[in-house]
Design a binder for this molecule. Structure first.
Ligand SMILES: [Zn+2]
Ligand SMILES: [Zn+2]
Length: 354
């Protein structure tokens, strides 16, 4: 029984049930429940990066344009739209919503979930999903795609998800999303169509495959070789954790096998990305402080870092993008990202490199 029911019950027992005065009830009225947070949101043309991420509590980061969600600590409604869910490791804050995601996709008629994971944790994921068969007395079909180092799966036409090992306190995997484009080999570029056809008919390979790294998601990791993989260094967008910001928390970062702000600062020196989206900041860490610390250690290089859960910065950036694209903001406008009701009318296409 909650506080108010107890009071009403006590009053009733004392024979005051009928006479309980309105003012007394008003005094007992509890606060409404806290509003559930909106998704963190950034538009990094042409991709949206949206989701939740708080260290130890939840990480779910969706890139709608790529049909993929990275990790599923909880499953917000928007995440259901992603056909693929790539799991970085088995900690509860990264897999807690996985069974729900799979079951809801099925329930909503959105097709079977495709779960991508490190082959080392696949048996455990399967066992977790099996547990729900007993509980629910029904089976949720899903596809489990197991990757080993450098394995890849095609998630959209010519777009691949490649797995690579990272280093954390549990077996962990990061992912790169790579677009493969077929290009003529340089020696054939100037040849006329008929000549090319002739070469092709003779069985000569006239094209080569170009790999364009679109995005990299590192999950929970300590600084490791994966951070320097070419497809990570050259990805347009990099999403990575940064759990510790205090100068004297380096040891904690080491023990938990997480990134410290000093590691991120050093890495920023070699990352070529347009935007580094930082996630997995702890609830105790004030985001203003986090940004200040990053600028202290990384200087101007910190400019390309975006904190996923910084709603204010996300909102300001989005509104600037809308205005620059020739659209108009509808007041009250942005209410915390897509699904929040913040609409805008489009004008000219949004400028890239924002
Ligand atoms: Zn975590
Ligand atoms: Zn973890």
């Amino acid at each position: 029984m909650d506080e108010m029911s107890v009071a009403v019950f006590a009053a009733h027992q004392a024979g005051e049930g009928e006479g309980l005065r309105l003012t007394e009830i008003c005094r007992m009225i509890p606060k409404p429940p806290p509003r559930e947070g909106s998704l963190g949101f950034y538009f990094i043309p042409p991709y949206r990066v949206q989701g939740f991420s708080v260290a130890g509590e939840v990480t779910t980061i969706q890139v709608p344009e790529l049909d993929v969600c990275f990790d599923m600590g909880q499953c917000p409604r928007a995440a259901l739209a992603s056909k693929y869910c790539a799991i970085s490791h088995g900690h509860m804050d990264h897999v807690g919503g996985l069974a729900y995601y799979s079951s809801q996709r099925r329930f909503q008629g959105m097709g079977d979930a495709r779960i991508v994971c490190d082959a080392r944790i696949a048996p455990s994921i399967r066992r977790m999903m099996e547990g729900f068969i007993d509980l629910e007395q029904q089976t949720t079909p899903y596809e489990l795609i197991e990757l080993k180092e450098n394995d890849q799966v095609e998630i959209k036409n010519n777009i691949f998800l490649r797995g690579f090992y990272t280093e954390h306190t549990a077996p962990s995997m990061g992912y790169a999303v790579i677009e493969k484009r077929s290009k003529l080999k340089p020696e054939y570029v100037d040849l006329p169509q008929e000549k090319l056809k002739e070469l092709k008919d003779r069985g000569i390979e006239i094209t080569r495959t170009l790999e364009i790294p679109l995005l990299a998601y590192l999950g929970d990791t300590q600084p490791c070789a994966a951070l320097l993989r070419p497809e990570v260094l050259t990805a347009q967008i990099v999403i990575c954790e940064c759990t510790f910001f205090e100068p004297d928390h380096k040891e904690r970062a080491k023990v938990g096998m997480h990134m410290h702000v000093d590691d991120v600062a050093e890495w920023l020196g070699v990352l070529q990305c347009q935007a580094l989206v930082l996630c997995h900041v702890s609830r105790r860490t004030d985001l203003m402080f986090a940004r200040k610390r990053l600028y202290e250690v990384a200087g101007q290089k910190a400019e390309k870092a975006l904190f996923l859960m910084d709603y204010k910065a996300g909102k300001a950036r989005y509104e600037r993008q809308v205005i620059e694209s020739g659209g108009t903001l509808e007041r009250p406008g942005f209410r915390g990202g897509p699904g929040g009701g913040g609409g805008f009318r489009r004008g000219a296409p949004t400028r890239p490199n924002r």
